[in-house]
Design a protein around this ligand. Structure first.
Ligand SMILES: *Cc1c(COP(=O)(O)O)cnc(C)c1O
Length: 374
């Protein structure tokens, strides 16, 4: 009914027809009891995606894109006189640093190379030397490069030094299995259009209830994006404080149903085989990875531009786009890359079809195959 596009960009992801159609519902005022019930079930199901115990953790929903969650956690969870530590090895953690700067939050920007894992000895040394650090933040899968950060190990250090650990899991949640408690995470987050394979417009933070309660007395830095305010409203009314993305919520409920039907592990296996198919395809055409394969999460592949005068990403993109495949530019400041991702309702066959089209594009524009690097 609706044209299917294979999205190889890092979200929004390709959705199923049933998720698309779930948005077509009778008009409803979201303050109705019927809708409040749906939201309650939705929040519980979201907790299940990371195996969170509902006594200890809660899911707080917001209307907005994934960056809103980052903003919410950073501006809402810092007590007076304390500092934030950002473990930064990529563009998404850099965005968190920008949020700290924007709110004038005291923070340490602990930078590491974008193609390597953070050095845990340096992380520990920083925690030891700065006892005023309270909130430690990092990105699980750095979507800009595809690198997987060792959150469990970082979280153990954070707890050893009595901090709270906030992880941006936007590009792993409901894909790469997460167990919030075992992975030493206090707060994680995602938006409906990534791992859940629903529509854009709904984002959520999953976090430690006691820490949210404590944050009631922290300095407030935003109105619309305050975590406690939204949590408290949910607790009292079961509703979002302000208008929710109604149709996106219906599609997310359908997407969660399909998520549990597919199953956590089979879904992860599917993303991994798609990721392997991407690797196979780029290798056959001679392309190189920007990040060592063993450091990758299994969800994003950053491919280096070949050294060929005829290479023009936009032309290749347009050729593929016209044939139903969306590819995406990279996010690495020091090297020219594009990205191919294994998110969404796609499988190996889609990737095989994509590489037929990509090869045609390379041949059409006289780019040597296999591609060349100097
Ligand atoms: C997609 C993504 C976000 C959110 O991006 P939006 O454009 O605001 O939806 C945040 N962090 C990571 C790691 C992501 O992959």
């Amino acid at each position: 009914m609706v044209r299917r596009r294979v999205l190889l960009n890092p979200g929004p992801a390709t959705t199923t027809d049933t998720v698309k159609m779930a948005q077509l519902v009778p008009d409803i005022c979201p303050r109705e009891e019927e809708f409040v019930k749906l939201m309650k079930g939705l929040r519980q199901d979201i907790l299940k995606t990371v195996h969170a115990d509902s006594d200890k953790y809660t899911a707080v929903l917001f209307c907005g894109s994934g960056t809103l969650n980052m903003d919410v956690c950073l501006n809402s969870l810092l007590p007076e006189g304390k500092k934030i530590l950002i473990i930064n090895n990529g563009e998404y953690s850099k965005r968190a640093v920008e949020i700290c700067e924007m709110y004038h939050l005291p923070h340490i920007n602990l930078k590491f190379d974008v193609d390597k894992l953070p050095d845990l000895d340096i992380v520990e040394k920083t925690l030891k030397e700065n006892p005023d650090i309270y909130l430690v933040y990092t990105t699980h899968n750095e979507t800009g490069t595809g690198i997987l950060n060792p959150v469990k190990e970082i979280g153990a250090l954070v707890h050893k030094y009595n901090g709270i650990f906030v992880v941006d899991t936007t590009s792993t949640l409901a894909m790469l299995p997460i167990d919030i408690e075992k992975d030493n995470i206090d707060f994680c987050m995602a938006s409906a259009q990534k791992g859940l394979m629903a529509m854009a417009g709904l984002s959520f933070v999953i976090g430690n209830r006691a820490e949210i309660e404590k944050s009631k007395n922290y300095p407030t830095r935003s109105y619309y994006c305050n975590l406690y305010l939204q949590y408290d409203y949910f607790e009292k009314t079961g509703q979002m404080h302000f208008t929710p993305p109604v149709q996106t919520i219906y599609s997310t409920i359908q997407a969660l149903k399909e998520y549990f039907e597919e199953g956590e592990m089979p879904k992860w296996e599917r993303h991994k085989r798609v990721w392997e198919a991407i690797h196979k395809g780029i290798k056959e055409l001679g392309f190189k990875d920007a990040i060592k394969k063993e450091l990758q999460a299994g969800l994003v592949v950053s491919v280096l531009y070949p050294d060929d005068n005829n290479w023009d990403f936009k032309k290749i993109h347009d050729y593929c786009y016209e044939r139903g495949f969306t590819i995406y530019p990279g996010k690495m400041s020091d090297s020219k890359t594009f990205r191919l991702c294994s998110l969404g309702a796609i499988d190996v066959k889609d990737i095989e079809n994509f590489f037929v089209v990509l090869k045609e594009a390379l041949e059409l524009y006289d780019i040597a195959v296999p591609v060349k690097y100097n």
